[in-house]
Design a protein around this ligand. Structure first.
Ligand code: 13P
Ligand code: SF4
Length: 354
């Protein structure tokens, strides 16, 4: 079993043997059994920033998903090896934009005569290839905690943004934080010729949103917001910006996983909260704040884990740590130098945002 005391002991022993040679990063969506071994926990922005914080560590064990491990590899020196305990820990949203599809989209924009004045802004939840495309075309990466600042910057560089690959984060930021209207956004569908939009629509749009989404956050509906408000009078609804626009519009607060945690830390005793994000995090917060009299529930009543985040479990972590302690590293994530060069440019633009 994952909470097997023997496995806990083995993880502890391997980590102790490795000492400063290993640095374990854990995203907030990781299981409790894994997060207990993280040296640092965070949202995807904090983990990208902190990845380079321990240059003396030979190994970075990334407890999160593939695009996060790639970003850590891009932002750290060649001497540091990034390890993802299960290579099957991908992200369905990141998979929704391939390099070929994005190159095709750029051709469509070029033919419409607008590529020169369009700035790509790519969500962290994208492959290194997409980040490299973004860097090559003068764009930046963003996360859910700095999307507004990234868009402010992008509109100083050009007239229009191509936002990849999460249509919801793009739309929510444009409409909620930047004062744009829904009519300023068009959706580019990579599965349709020309993206399924007319040249006129592309030219008129301020935001061209890639048709990608998160399958976990996509499950929250307006119905779930209405239900919880009825069930728990006075409840505060706090959701992640990967939720659909109508859910975000009906919520009281919106923010990244780190902001969700900070908001609950600052919340007064006796307050009630319904949280629209991944279930490992919501459960951990519900337990953590129960003693302080803060009632925290999951926004939807159906179980909703991120299945790929959950692939990193204690057995995989033990396997990875023991392989490092034995000097036979497994599951190294290594981005090729050419991709790394341009992806790094885009990531550094994000890290330099005001
Ligand atoms: P955060 O940057 O808010 O941690 O979000 C990452 C993610 O994958 C959300 O689904
Ligand atoms: Fe990807 Fe959604 Fe899982 Fe985040 S929660 S890693 S966006 S599938």
């Amino acid at each position: 079993s994952p909470s097997d005391p023997d496995l806990v002991e083995r993880a502890r022993a391997a980590k102790e043997k490795l000492g400063d040679k290993v640095f374990v990063l854990g995203h907030h969506y990781q299981r409790d059994e894994v997060i207990q071994f993280a040296d640092v926990t965070g949202d995807s922005f904090k983990l990208a920033r902190d990845a380079a914080a321990r240059p003396e560590a030979e190994y970075i064990v990334f407890c999160g998903v593939h695009f996060m491990a790639e970003s850590a590899d891009i932002l750290t020196g060649d001497a540091q090896q990034v390890v993802l305990p299960d290579l099957a820990a991908g992200c369905s949203m990141a998979d929704m934009a391939t390099a070929e599809q994005v190159a095709e989209c750029w051709d469509v924009l070029s033919e419409a005569g607008i590529a020169d004045v369009t700035v790509p802004v790519s969500y962290m939840n994208s492959s290194a290839d997409i980040k490299a495309f973004t860097g090559r075309h003068g764009g930046t990466i963003c996360t859910s905690s700095n999307a507004k600042r990234a868009l402010d910057w992008a509109f100083e560089q050009g007239e229009r943004v191509l936002f990849l690959p999460d249509q919801h984060l793009g739309r929510n930021t444009a409409v909620r934080d930047m004062g744009m209207s829904l009519a300023d956004c068009v959706v580019y569908n990579p599965h349709k010729p020309g993206g399924g939009v007319s040249v006129e629509e592309l030219r008129a749009a301020k935001m061209i949103l890639w048709r990608g989404h998160c399958s976990v956050h996509g499950r929250f509906s307006l119905e779930s917001v209405r239900d919880v408000r009825e069930r728990i009078p006075g409840v505060n609804v706090l959701v992640h910006p990967e939720c659909q626009h109508e859910v975000v519009a009906a919520a009281d607060y919106v923010g990244s996983t780190e902001l969700i945690i900070k908001t609950l830390e600052a919340a007064p005793a006796g307050s009630k909260w319904a949280i629209g994000t991944e279930l490992n995090l919501v459960r951990r917060l519900a337990n953590r704040f129960a003693d302080e009299g803060k009632e925290i529930v999951f926004l939807d009543r159906t179980v909703c884990f991120c299945s790929t985040m959950n692939r990193i479990d204690l057995p995989h972590l033990v396997w990875a740590l023991e392989s490092l302690a034995d000097g036979k590293p497994v599951n190294r994530i290594q981005v090729d130098p050419e991709t790394e060069k341009y992806a790094k440019l885009a990531l550094e633009r994000m890290l330099a945002l005001p």
